[in-house]
Design a protein around this ligand. Structure first.
Ligand SMILES: C[S@@+](CC[C@H](N)C(=O)[O-])C[C@H]1O[C@@H](n2cnc3c(N)ncnc32)[C@H](O)[C@@H]1O
Length: 237
């Protein structure tokens, strides 16, 4: 059974984007487990091992030569991985500061970037696959069907879907963050300079995600790495 979560006002989406724009220069510290995200050598080794596992799950989609849309691409951590796996990538994000870093990360490799708000953007065409990493948990309940509708309408029939996000694990976040309770879908995030922002963080069970995807014509498997990650792989029917 799915718990009812406290409703949130859409205005939080503006604060969330403001947070990511300001966080862009320090964003990779989270992925690299540096600074306030360093939870010790053992946790970092486990994190890196599980990231390798997630990369291997992404590789099962066989995206080489495919036309892939990446939603909320950020600084391009997964864009670079998609390019390394041979995909042709169109990367969208609403934060110009993120897209600047993404372009620097991919360097001379060909890529299309689009600066757009995913809660308003409509795809100009369909793609062979849609990938979105660490964004779905930032989509509040009242927007989640809309997000899956966008995702589903963007991938061609028979095309692939890959969604990655965090499992609930205190070691995943910064030392000075507290994860939301089971009934809450927001949390407060801090930057290194002490500024703080309220954002959406909505953990969804594997069953809830699979059912939501099915409502939008997506046939998916939902699985977890042992500690840190939740991964949805599937196909548009
Ligand atoms: C947790 S980061 C994930 C970035 C990247 N996918 C990764 O895995 O590292 C969330 C991303 O969502 C972007 N974002 C936030 N609100 C957005 C919106 N309304 N439309 C598009 N992107 C948005 C942020 O700028 C940020 O890059």
């Amino acid at each position: 059974m799915t718990l009812q979560h406290e409703p949130v006002d859409d205005s939080i989406l503006d604060e969330q984007l403001e947070y990511y724009r300001a966080r862009a220069p320090q964003y990779d510290d989270w992925f690299q487990r540096r600074g306030r995200f360093d939870r010790g050598d053992e946790a970092t080794a486990v994190w890196q091992h599980e990231i390798d596992l997630v990369r291997s799950w992404l590789a099962t989609l066989e995206l080489a030569g495919r036309d892939v849309l990446e939603l909320a691409a950020g600084t391009g951590i997964w864009t670079a991985e998609l390019l390394a796996q041979g995909a042709s990538v169109t990367a969208i994000d609403a934060a110009p500061e993120m897209l600047d870093r993404l372009r620097r990360r991919v360097g001379a490799r060909p890529i299309t970037t689009i600066e757009a708000d995913l809660f308003a953007w409509r795809p100009p065409r369909q793609f062979d696959a849609v990938v979105s990493c660490f964004f779905m948990s930032h989509v509040p309940d009242q927007r989640f069907d809309g997000f899956l509708d966008l995702l589903s309408s963007t991938v061609r029939s028979g095309g692939r879907v890959f969604l990655l996000d965090s499992s609930r694990n205190e070691l995943s976040t910064a030392i000075d963050h507290t994860l939301p309770s089971d009934r809450d879908q927001t949390m407060r995030r801090r930057l290194d300079d002490g500024r703080s922002f309220r954002i959406v963080k909505r953990f969804r069970s594997d069953e809830e995600l699979a059912a939501a995807c099915a409502r939008h014509g997506l046939v998916v498997d939902v699985r977890r790495s042992p500690n840190f990650f939740q991964v949805v792989t599937g196909t548009r029917a």
